[in-house]
Design a protein. Structure first.
Ligand code: 8X3
Length: 255
């Protein structure tokens, strides 16, 4: 069922990176709350599957391409209530000394500049809703540095800074700005991409951790934020598995 305001108008949500992981789970969670969800990502087959499952709409979009983001906003239409900036990722697992600057540029583009493209494209529709919400999936890497994460740590600190700036700039407008910062979430792709396709290295990230977070845990948090009363802005929310007290403090039962 499409979520209704007291005037029984449908409520629309957009999720970037909706083809898998946290994005796909968030699309499902928002649909379960009654939103019509536009599932945006680069891979048409993935978003088509998710959109068909939840009765949403699939729109191919690459947040590193301004024209692609503009086309997404046009496809969504003049009103949107919730925009979830989930597209992002970590590329590489190297010290600052050994890192590839091209990977750092890619991370900055997708994790930081992508936010600006999406926000710029959707602000008119968010304003038109009269009750807009932007949720960005940040990271604990946006709070604390760790070795071999320099480019990603910098990008996620940047994403947090952009959201904090936007909240200041939009104060007085009917738009809320939230950041959800997950710790260790076990999704099929995040660590695999970071490790350049090395499945063994990706699996080692979660080795011995009984219960890392699942994509659904983060989706649940986003849906909770999106269903708070309009005057309640959840500025930022750090979510970790119980086994991870800090980036460097992970309880492993086996190695
Ligand atoms: C992902 C969490 O710990 O790999 O954003 O930085 S972490």
């Amino acid at each position: 069922m499409v979520a209704m305001t007291p005037q029984y108008a449908p409520r629309y949500a957009v999720v970037t990176g909706a083809g898998s992981g946290i994005g796909a789970a968030t699309a499902r969670a928002l649909a379960a709350e009654g939103f019509h969800v536009f599932c945006a990502a680069r891979r048409l087959d993935r978003i088509t599957e998710v959109a068909e499952e939840i009765g949403g709409t699939a729109v191919v979009c690459d947040v590193t391409d301004a024209d692609s983001v503009t086309a997404l906003a046009e496809a969504v239409g003049p009103v949107v209530h919730v925009v979830v900036n989930n597209a992002g990722g970590a590329f590489g697992n190297d010290t600052v000394e050994e890192a590839d600057p091209e990977q750092w540029k890619q991370m900055y583009d997708v994790n930081v500049v992508g936010l600006q493209r999406v926000v710029t494209a959707f602000l008119p529709a968010l304003r038109a809703s009269g009750d807009g919400l932007v949720v960005t999936i940040g990271s604990v890497a946006g709070r604390v540095a760790y070795e071999k994460g320099g480019g990603y740590v910098a990008a996620k600190h940047g994403a947090r800074a952009v959201m904090n700036t936007l909240r200041l700039e939009l104060c007085g407008e009917p738009i809320r700005i939230s950041e959800v910062a997950p710790g260790m979430v076990h999704t099929p792709e995040f660590s695999l991409v970071r490790m350049g396709g090395d499945q063994g290295a990706a699996d080692a990230v979660y080795a011995g951790v009984d219960e890392p977070l699942l994509a659904e845990d983060i989706a649940d948090v986003v849906a909770w934020i999106a269903t708070r009363p309009s005057h309640v802005n959840i500025d930022e929310l750090v979510v970790r598995p119980r086994a991870q007290a800090a980036a460097h403090k992970v309880h492993r039962t086996k190695s």
